[in-house]
Ligand binder design. Sequence first.
Ligand code: NDP
Length: 333
Amino acid sequence: FNEVPEGFPVPGKTTIYDASQTIDLDNADLQGGFLVKVLVLSIDPYMRGRMRHPEKKSYSPPFTIGEPLANFGVGVVLRSENPAVKPGDHLYGFYPFVQYTIQQNAQAFRVLDNKENLPWSAYIGVCGMPGETAYYAWKEYAAPKKGDVVFVTTAAGPVGATVVQLAKADGLKVIASAGSDEKVAFASSIGADVAFNYKTTPTRKVLEKEGPINIYWDNVGGETLEAALDNAEKGARFIECGMISNYNTQKPYGVTNLMKIVAQELHIHGFIVGSIRDKYVDEFYSKFVQRVASGEIKYKEHLVRGLENAGEAILDVQSGKNFGKCVVVVADE
Ligand code: NDP
């Protein structure tokens, strides 16, 4: 991490690729820990929020200038002095953005047995933090009832696409929005009853025709949230997952019709995935991952090869260029 961006992160400026440090894979002192080869790293929207000045408070810590970025990933153990992990184990957890890393705390990682034979990248997408986000918050806050209409934003991404499919599995009418015609076609293919490109069709128009809505899954905030508020049924549930339309601007959030919350007796549920994890994590790994492996739950991936391209990948996600879960493939096995 090189510099706090003002607007969108700039590859080569906000972040730089630094190949100056090396590690002796055979002889590096593990100090009781384990040496991991990083295979895949996740690029998530919230990483933009971590690119801030340290005095600004938020729910996740700021990145430190001069230090590697860090996020979820999967790596394979090459050598270990810790009895809890052995060479060949694949570990899901939080990694610095490097090719090889010595780690000490085995408890911080989940050993993936991958009986399902999924690609490792799936464990940082639909079977990782974004899939968990969709699964946990849907269970915790959606309270779906027969005949309900749900509106899901960023419907081709790992969170949105999973929500679309969970809502369909619960028998609801699903309205889905995304930022390109290809993404819209994908949203339809995974079950959305109404899918539209919000860049060419006003969200408000679609909701007026297809709503009112009983559940709103908000990944974008701003004028989309405003349109959802104006088209909410009495007692609707708003699952406030993200507000990406504001992550790269200094502008105010600009929602002008908040009185609808009172008038329509809305339930607004903001959440951070880690806070609702404990309740559902076991069933996520025992049941949901199976549904992905069986092909019932579908997903798309946007693979970017090479750690040196991580900066571009971050910009792809902030600007909507990614089609599916954005993954940096650092190395093959
Ligand atoms: P995605 O892979 O879907 O990537 C983000 C997408 O946001 C882009 O592809 C783009 O899709 C859309 N987007 C970008 N800019 C805008 C804009 N100005 N207006 C509208 N849409 C925009 O991301 P994820 O599925 O990983 O995450 C989706 C949301 O969930 C994010 O808001 C994220 O912050 C949030 N999140 C929240 C968590 C929590 O604990 N609360 C945990 C994980 C994620 P398109 O082309 O369709 O516009």
